[in-house]
Design a protein. Structure first.
Length: 644
């Protein structure tokens, strides 16, 4: 019984038509190419396929690339006119759609399935801007089949017809996958006007044949003046990107010359009083053009304002034996004294102690301390923001807008390939990352009150950022890739570095700032060198407890409280040694104070307050193909196809 069933099955199998067991393939791919005297091509492709209903159900599709990349990485758009589509010799319905740089031609009716078996499709089209022009010959470099068919091609053939008066001077062909230079072909007609090519072995899926025919120069018309316009239009995105990023550094250079140059300033000489009646916190803000941070949640202006309130007996800093710090309302708290305070100190006092006697520097009062800091900063910005310094951000922003828009629009319009993007994107991200790293390193390195470790980290980050930028620029200058896109990447990198530098350089003092900033420097110089240059500072006021305490908040706001306090200690040691041991500031009660080391004790007191505040704050949320330099997949034409 089993033997009878097996025999019946074998008989039925043998009765199945041979065609029904065939694999889907292209049995014959014939391309007939006529080179016209005007440089255009007339191409007739005759493609015979075996359909088995797997991929080829309604018909086939043919992808024809109409954008080619030149040796610089830029596009050359080809003209294309589809003139006839046939199926088995009869007109066939078809539709076209763009697939990136390919025009896809769907042959067949979406509602009609074709029968299994052999089918022949004919595609007739006219195309322009496909020839190449060399010193000794003109050339057709043509990808006959394309390298992206999903079926094997049993046989591929091509016939090239040159115009009258032209003879082939050199011919070549290449078979295999994209980039291969296989020689599995035969050629005929060398030295004539009709040249034939045929493969000698089947091509596997994603393999193809490319031909190159160099022929008599000057017989066909050259590209003419219109070719330049076509090229400009094809590469409009690239030109927009390049123009935009040529504009960016040029724009910033012009703007810097107009508004970024610092006006002439006075010579810095020691000044023995605060200039312009600035409060300690305001002077700190103006000097650094920022609220210079000491630690998270604490800045020099904040410390200066607290010390100023302490010196005025309106606030006392208490540190208990366990190191816990609190602010207590001082002896002076009448409304008239509060009103007389500078705007920033008044805002700070009202937030901290207007409605309470004590504020502890712990998590419970963290939001209160943060709100007080914000009130202080807002009041100072309202009073002095823009008075002494212009950031000129209004001039900076247009350069950013132009750079971003031309970068995005340029890439969208150009739609460069992966090889081109591999050149331009490192220029963008490398320079952006390097500038960000260097900027943060500069911030850490330039902080005058930063810890040694943070300043060392800042120096390392600054160096690392500079190295990243240098390597990025060097790679774009000397690396591989298309020259046009390496140039574009270089422009982008230079533009980003220029913009980052200008974010710092465009800021400039106002005329009022040009006067007050050297005076602040002069006052800081006096506070720093009051002791070391005591004998050289003529007309300096006599040191006294009142003078020391009055200027201490300014010294803290400028980051020089320790040398100023040492000057006071040295004065006491000279004129009243006994008073040096007895001196205790009324504004500070705590364990960090030491009468034996007034300078370091003052610095330690300020550091203790800063650290306590920080802990209390909430956490922040073109080679030639016919001369042998080509490959399969090179040249015009090509593409591929499949079934649908």
């Amino acid at each position: 019984m089993k033997r009878s069933a097996a025999a019946l099955f074998l008989l039925l199998f043998l009765l199945i038509p041979a065609g029904a067991l065939a694999a889907e393939e292209i049995r014959d791919f014939l391309s007939d190419i006529t080179v016209n005297a005007d440089g255009s091509l007339d191409v007739v492709e005759t493609i015979t396929v075996q359909a088995e209903g797997y991929q080829i159900k309604r018909g086939i599709y043919r992808d024809i690339p109409l954008r080619a990349t030149d040796s610089w990485g830029l596009w050359t758009d080809n003209g294309f006119d589809l003139r006839q589509v046939l199926h088995n010799g009869a007109a066939s319905p078809y539709k076209t759609e763009w697939q990136g740089r390919f025009l896809r031609i769907y042959i067949g009716d979406a509602d009609v399935f074709i029968p299994w078996g052999e089918h022949t499709y004919t595609i007739r089209y006219h195309t322009t801007r496909q020839l190449r022009y060399f010193d000794d010959y003109d050339e057709l470099y043509w990808n006959v089949t394309g390298n992206f068919w999903s079926f094997p091609i049993r046989k591929a053939r091509a016939v090239v017809h040159l115009p009258q008066g032209a003879l082939s001077k050199q011919i070549a062909a290449y078979t295999g996958g994209y980039g291969a230079a296989g020689r599995d072909f035969t050629a005929s007609g060398a030295g004539t006007a009709d040249i034939g090519f045929e493969t000698t072995k089947a091509l596997r899926p994603n393999e193809g044949m490319t031909l190159a025919v160099g022929f008599t120069r000057g017989v066909v018309a050259g590209e003419g003046s219109g070719a330049g316009l076509y090229w400009l239009w094809s590469n409009l995105g690239y030109l927009l990107l390049v123009a935009g990023w040529l504009f960016v550094p040029s724009y910033y250079g012009y703007v810097w010359s107009r508004v970024g140059r610092d006006p002439p300033t006075e010579t810095v000489i020691p000044l023995f009083h605060p200039p312009e009646n600035l409060s300690p916190a305001a002077m700190s803000f103006v000097h650094f053009n920022a609220f210079k941070q000491v630690k998270r949640g604490s800045d020099l202006a904040y410390i200066a304002a607290l010390l100023s309130l302490g010196v005025k007996r309106m606030l006392v800093i208490d540190e208990n034996a366990k190191g816990k710090i609190s602010f207590t309302r001082g002896a002076v708290s009448d409304p008239a004294s509060v009103v007389a305070l500078p705007a920033g100190e008044r805002a700070l006092y009202n937030r901290l102690l207007a409605t309470r006697e004590t504020v502890s520097l712990d998590k419970r009062f963290g939001p209160t301390l943060q709100a007080a800091q914000s009130s202080l900063q807002s009041a100072i910005r309202r009073e002095y923001g823009g008075k002494f310094f212009n950031s000129n951000l209004g001039w900076f922003v247009p350069g950013v807008i132009v750079g971003v828009l031309t970068f995005v629009l340029g890439l969208v319009l150009q739609q460069p390939g992966d090889d081109a993007m591999a050149s331009v994107m490192p220029g963008f991200f490398g320079s952006l990352f390097g500038c960000g790293l260097a900027a943060y390193g500069w911030f850490l390195r330039s902080n005058p009150v930063g810890y040694r470790v943070s300043r060392a980290i800042g120096a390392a980050l600054l160096l690392a950022g500079a190295l990243i930028i240098a390597v990025t620029l060097l790679g774009l200058v000397t690396g591989d890739g298309y020259p046009a896109w390496r140039f574009a990447g270089l422009l982008v990198a230079v533009g980003i570095v220029t913009g980052a530098a200008m974010l710092y350089l465009l800021g400039a003092p106002t005329l009022a700032g040009a006067k007050v900033l050297p005076r602040i420097e002069g006052f800081k110089l006096y506070l720093e060198t009051a002791e070391t240059n005591r004998l050289n500072l003529r007309d300096a006021p006599e040191m006294s407890e009142e003078l020391y305490e009055r200027y201490l908040p300014y010294a803290a706001g400028l980051g020089v409280e320790e040398p100023w306090s040492k000057a006071w200690a040295a004065h006491l040691a000279r004129v009243a040694p006994a008073q040096e041991q007895a001196y205790r500031p009324a504004w500070y009660h705590g364990r960090s104070w030491s009468s034996n080391r007034i300078g370091s004790a003052t610095a330690a007191s300020v550091a203790a307050v800063s650290a306590a505040m920080a802990s209390a704050m909430p956490a922040p949320k073109s080679s030639s193909g016919s001369s042998g330099g080509g490959f399969s997949g090179g040249g015009g034409g090509g593409g591929g196809g499949g079934g649908w």
